[in-house]
Ligand binder design. Structure first.
Ligand code: HEC
Length: 145
């Protein structure tokens, strides 16, 4: 019975079209990126209030972990459907990876600043990180539709 179930699962998986798999990964990355937007808002709330930046380290760590995994959320063939991902991601994969590496680097600097408790340094590093989001969106993300 167990092997019968496994065979059934395998048949369902084989029956899924590549497009269905692509829609799953698109939904997953969009949800993750919305989460990054919320993290940035939460960090901004603290720097705007000139609050204690040290607890922000945990948020920044979560962001770094997400961006380390970001390229894997853009497999070939996931550029159509409910997505703003531009074809340039796959035609310039090295550039896309570089934009993502820049993000991880900027978040590393933000982490260091936040951990120091220095609000001015954290605010500056936050601004840099925000600009680095844009550094990927400009070449690789299309308009909302
Ligand atoms: C390496 C490239 C890259 C970096 C870095 C990046 N993004 Fe994005 N972002 C994208 C792409 C590509 C999309 C479109 C994804 C899609 O529609 O499939 C996107 C979409 C989004 C969305 C819309 C999600 C939705 O569909 O509702 C938000 C919000 C977002 N990014 C926030 C951020 C924030 C905040 C940062 C910086 C902390 C950031 N992104 C950094 C590439 C990037």
């Amino acid at each position: 019975m167990k092997s019968g179930m496994m065979a059934g699962v395998a048949m369902v998986l084989l029956g899924m079209t590549g497009a269905a798999v692509a829609q799953d990964v698109i939904a997953q990355r969009r949800e993750g990126l919305r989460g990054m937007g919320r993290q940035m808002e939460a960090i901004k709330a603290v720097t705007d209030a000139r609050g204690d930046t040290r607890p922000l380290v945990e948020r920044v760590d979560a962001m770094i972990a997400f961006y380390r995994g970001l390229p894997a959320l853009f497999p070939a063939g996931s550029g159509t459907g409910q997505t703003r991902a531009l074809p340039t991601i796959w035609s310039d994969w090295a550039g896309f990876e570089q934009a993502n590496t820049n993000m991880v680097t900027a978040l590393g600097a933000l982490r260091t600043a936040a951990a120091s408790g220095d609000v001015a340094a954290t605010t500056a590093a936050f601004g840099q990180a925000g600009a680095t989001c844009g550094g990927c969106h400009r070449p690789f993300r299309g308009p909302a539709r």
